[in-house]
Design a protein around this ligand. Structure first.
Ligand SMILES: *[C@@H]1O[C@H](CO)[C@@H](O)[C@H](O)[C@H]1NC(C)=O
Ligand SMILES: *[C@@H]1O[C@H](CO)[C@@H](O)[C@H](O)[C@H]1NC(C)=O
Ligand SMILES: *[C@@H]1O[C@H](CO)[C@@H](O)[C@H](O)[C@H]1NC(C)=O
Length: 325
């Protein structure tokens, strides 16, 4: 048995808690041995693969650095059992029956560099699931046939991540906002998912287009929908989506332009008609006015003649004259 020389404070606390919970005599976590059906070597490797285990092994040495529990039927990873292994660097849980990873599952595994969750039955990955894994370099999470949802920020805090493999799942979209910000990421596996090649996935397709060298099996990273895109590579449709999603117009836009065109045409026609009517009326008015003026002038000359004769003069007549001059 190899005990960690100086276990850190948090596992000790967890240990105490578990002691209180289960009683000193039967506590599995203080065991000095090796779990049933597992092989422990002096390199701090615990090998439990293919042992028909239906639950997470107990009696794990505290200082375990590598734990391999692949090819079993384990249903869940118990946070308490896992998190006291604070020196764990390598954890292979592939090919089990894990359906859920909770926020606290990996709460204390700050040294974990390799994690394999492939061939399980996970359906979704939440926001903080991998948050505490600040040393994680490689995450394999392939072949979970029902896995259709990964939270946009699921990997946001895994700043050491270099290799991420999520191929062979049921993913249709992947928000890459936090992924492209990971400084060390150099290899991504996306193949074997029914990717939806529509505008909501444009960023992902463009990323594959621009940095194809980063993607494993890029040739198998293809669209699952819509029907007319099926089987085409994401890297190939990236540019097409960018054009499609930002420049073309929908049928409603065309309808809008037709309507606007009609309104402008109608307004032009109506205003031309109105102008025409106004012109005609104005012409008539001018003509009438001219006739009236002619009449006035005649009247005036008569009046003038009359005024000169009487020398008194009509104020009314004088006024009209000054107005018309
Ligand atoms: C999964 O484990 C079972 C044994 O539990 C084994 O028969 C099977 O081949 C494994 N599948 C993969 C993909 O490794
Ligand atoms: C994959 O997801 C679709 C919905 O996106 C669902 O209808 C289908 O059942 C899922 N497949 C599996 C194997 O869970
Ligand atoms: C991706 O996630 C970020 C942060 O959660 C969000 O702001 C952004 O709108 C998302 N992008 C898409 C295309 O949904």
């Amino acid at each position: 048995m190899r005990l960690a020389p100086q276990p850190s404070a948090q596992p000790l606390w967890l240990l105490l808690a578990s002691l209180l919970a289960s009683g000193v005599r039967t506590s599995p976590m203080l065991s000095t041995g090796c779990p049933d059906r597992c092989v422990c070597d002096d390199q701090l490797v615990v090998q439990c693969a293919g042992q028909h285990l239906s639950s997470f092994p107990v009696n794990l040495p505290l200082a375990t650095r590598q734990l391999i529990i692949s090819n079993n039927r384990i249903l869940e990873l118990p946070p308490l059992g896992l998190n006291y292994l604070s020196d764990l660097v390598y954890l292979d849980c592939s090919n089990n029956s894990l359906t859920e990873i909770s926020e606290s599952t990996f709460g204390n595994l700050r040294k974990l560099a390799y994690l394999d969750l492939s061939f399980n039955t996970l359906t979704r990955i939440e926001d903080r699931t991998f948050g505490p894994l600040s040393s994680l370099v490689m995450l394999r999470m392939t072949d979970n046939p029902g896995l259709s949802e990964i939270h946009p920020d699921a990997f946001a805090e895994n700043t050491a991540l270099q290799v991420l493999d999520v191929s062979g799942n049921n993913l249709t979209v992947l928000n890459i906002t936090s992924l492209i910000a990971l400084p060390a990421l150099r290899s991504v596996g996306l193949s074997g998912n029914p990717w939806r090649c529509e505008c909501d996935n444009e960023d992902l397709c463009l990323w594959v287009h621009l940095e194809g060298f980063k993607f494993q099996d890029e040739g198998q990273t293809v669209c699952g929908s819509p029907a007319d895109m099926q089987g085409r590579r994401l890297g190939e449709v990236g540019l097409q989506l960018r054009t499609l999603c930002h420049q073309t117009l929908g049928s409603w836009d065309y309808l809008f332009f037709v309507a606007i065109g009609f309104v402008i045409f109608a307004a032009g026609t109506v205003s031309a008609w109105v102008m025409g009517v106004i012109m005609v009326l104005y012409e008539r008015y001018i003509k009438k006015k001219d006739e009236q003026l002619d009449g006035d002038e005649e009247e005036e000359t008569i009046e003038k003649g009359r005024t000169s004769r009487t020398r008194g003069g009509h104020s009314n007549g004088n006024f009209k004259t000054s107005q018309t001059v």
